[in-house]
Write a protein that binds this ligand. Sequence first.
Ligand code: FE2
Length: 472
Amino acid sequence: MRKKGMILILLAAFVIGLTGCRKNDQQDDVFIADDTADLGEGDIGDSAGSDQEETAETPPAEEEEAQAETPPANVEMSEVSAPDADTDVYEIVLGVGSDETQAIVKWYGTNTDAGTVYVAKAAEMGGNTFPTTAQTVNSTVTSADYQSYMVNAATITGLEADTEYCYMVGSGNGWSSLRSFRTGKPGQVDIIVTGDIQLGTGDNDGENVAAWNRIVQDTVAKFPDYNMHLNMGDVTTMAFEDHYVNSINNRLFSDYVTGVVYGNHDAAGDLWNKHFSQPNQSDFAQRDGKANGNFWFKYNGVLFMELNYAIEDLDILVDHKYFIEQTIAANPDCKWRVVLMHYSPFSSVAKYQDYSNQNREYWLQVFEEYDIDVVLNGHDHAYTRSYMIQGGQAQKTDAASVTNPEGILYVTFSSASGSQYHDINPTEYAAKTLQTYTPHISTVNFTENSFQLTVYDANSWEVLDSFEIIKE
Ligand SMILES: [Fe+2]
């Protein structure tokens, strides 16, 4: 009965109009009602889904995609169509899966029974209508411990390379509009990197939310064919649910496979793991009884190892070493090894440098022992690109490209939203430091033989820094 009702609703939506699943569609208006006293300052009605101002500086998309509105002749259509707006679906995050063939999608809804994900190749969609060959995956449902909301989690499998997919999520209580994502070409991954979004600082919160909405729209429009989004931690300031809504209820989190590092501000609550995936979660470095452990994933030959190194508990440092050792032993064939962790061993912010100095020697030894290529960090709200670091020494060169380097590159990404900045105090290890007092969006592009980093000013889209590593 429920399915029949759902199909009728979806058919009605289909009759109303076909919208396709293009990335630059406006985000739907979706909010979680604010009925608790501990949601912090700000009106949730001002959050990410609200009407967004047009910006004069929206960058042109790199490539306009054709929008398929009629079913391909050789594909049989189902009776299932996505509606034009979300109903009872909130904060969809397309989390990273174990590898490039998978994605772990999470969302909030009021359904207590399993929800469903429909996913199909964009080329086989008939506008908003799914083909009969669409993959359906049921979600597991657990309490969000927030009002009457439940956390839905479902793993999409069997994804093919270099393919655009459309999906929707929901339940008998309501469905999302279409979302989409694109998988990487073989041997490649194109990544959007965001530093600390950290909305809800209590300082200009409304303006910061509006700025972040504009940055998300610009970023999604500029990089429609990218495959992944990595956030370096501190998604919110106080880990309140309405702050998560402001930060993640957008296409940057739903239309790119997204990996999120555990930051010290995320540790202020227990919502981080309700929203973000932790494929191959490790027992090492479990924190605070919150089921947050280190995790790893690989994507087209790049091995990503996330370390929950966000709190000053030195006694578990060795856990990270064991985790790296085991992860690399299980994935000996990956050409690139990347560590993701919130705190940098090479901070350029004075108030963080004592801590940075304290554990640097340990990290350098571990990362060199396991032949890590690149370490990506956040937390500073300022940008730092280190020299290649070998044996604790900076390999000083002004070159923007290095070939077959011996050392390791450490990159600390600045604020993606502009909600907070810290002044810089550069060290001898830094090849480039920036405090532009503007938000940054960065890209990282891996091929089998190259790593390319590009840092943009997210207001002007001027390129602020770039660096390349070649492996021959
Ligand atoms: Fe932080």
